[in-house]
Design a protein around this ligand. Sequence first.
Ligand code: HEC
Ligand code: HEC
Length: 295
Amino acid sequence: MKQQRHHLFTILACALGSVTILIGAWKSVVRHRAAREMAERKEFFARFGLDSDGSREFVALPKALTCNALSARLGEALFIDKRLARSPYRVCGACHRLNEGGIDARALDGRLPRTVYNAIFADVFLHDGSVTGFPALVRHMIESPNHCAGGPLSNVVARLAADEKLCKRFQMAYPDGLTEDNLLDAFSQYQRTLFSSGLPFDHWCNGRTNALDATQIKGFALFRQRKCTDCHYGPALGTLKVADGKKVPGLRGLSQRRAYLPDARIDLRAVLTLMPGGDLESEDRRALTAFLKSL
Ligand code: HEC
Ligand code: HEC
């Protein structure tokens, strides 16, 4: 009897010991996984030049990333330079209005421009993702008959080369002065200053919890529950992949734009019904729309 009790005690002690060891091991696995996720997230944002301690999935967008200031200013001037375009209505800044969220909602040629804000995060461009790399995108925008229609880039550079002042500015920014590559680089440097920062969601990412109201927070939860983040992820909440032959647009800066999708729709709630996971009860759709308006 005594021996049996002793046995029972040993079995219990062993079981308790194993449970403690198992819990310890499980805790360490969880801790390890969390640390790995943090490190991965940190690395992910660092790829875009963004600083993050990895504890958050979403980060506030910067006002600017480090860039060559002389080149960026050249890019800024070229953005509205008529010599790049067939007509004054076809300079970059005419279709990409910086005070209207980076687009012109009147959709010249029947196609709504994609925003220039946050575009530096993307690898592939255009609605079908057919252009790779930012310099190639700028070349396309300058040469394409649907955009600036300035003719071959070499012609544009030849036209600009007649401007002594501009050539001097290029020489100050680049050892080899005005060339096709340097012109494209000036646009890339300028692009590093074009972010939709300082909006409510940015403040929320920075830890200001009252930057979103209760409806928007519910909308944010729905945004994740309904798996919008399968496609709309990364610093711009999009721009990183092509789904069903269409480039996923970034949603950051959406509140500053007044039209959506290539065919320039103006009803944001109706746009949601077209999205996978966007078929919601009207109350939920209202919350999700309110969240999108915080971006
Ligand atoms: C005539 C109007 C027009 C002009 C001029 C124009 N664009 Fe665009 N831009 C568009 C349209 C339309 C799109 C979307 C095209 C598409 O997705 O197929 C676009 C897309 C873009 C994008 C976003 C691409 C993406 O996939 O996210 C950037 C960045 C851009 N343009 C920069 C520029 C620059 C720089 C210039 C000047 C060199 C310029 N654009 C001139 C209409 C224009
Ligand atoms: C399978 C990928 C995918 C998922 C999931 C997805 N989207 Fe999209 N989203 C896209 C693509 C692709 C476009 C652009 C469509 C086009 O160019 O015609 C888009 C466009 C949008 C636009 C228009 C943006 C603009 O500037 O024109 C909004 C708003 C949007 N999505 C919100 C959402 C919301 C909210 C959800 C979740 C309910 C969601 N999306 C789920 C792929 C996705």
